[in-house]
Design a protein around this ligand. Structure first.
Ligand SMILES: [Zn+2]
Ligand SMILES: [Zn+2]
Length: 79
């Protein structure tokens, strides 16, 4: 897990909504951790994340996002 670059990032990542048990269901959830880096959550009904290289809140350079673990076995996707 990364150390968030700024207070607002930390607040978002650790935010727990009382209405939505999953962050992916909550439109208030903004930032997601992605393979060592960060992304913007896309609330399209799935769990899409737009990978980002810089923090949209403070402008800091973010850690690089790693390759997907299942890069060679996309068929096995699913929670
Ligand atoms: Zn919510
Ligand atoms: Zn930041």
């Amino acid at each position: 897990m990364n150390t968030p670059c700024c207070e607002r990032m930390a607040t978002d990542i650790h935010h727990r909504c009382s209405v939505h048990s999953e962050r992916s269901d909550c439109p208030d959830a903004f930032i997601a951790e992605v393979r060592g880096g960060y992304g913007l959550m896309v609330h399209d009904g799935g769990s899409s994340v737009v990978e980002i290289a810089f923090c949209p809140l403070c402008g800091s350079k973010l850690p690089e996002i790693g390759e997907p673990d299942h890069f060679l076995s996309e068929d096995e996707e699913g929670d």
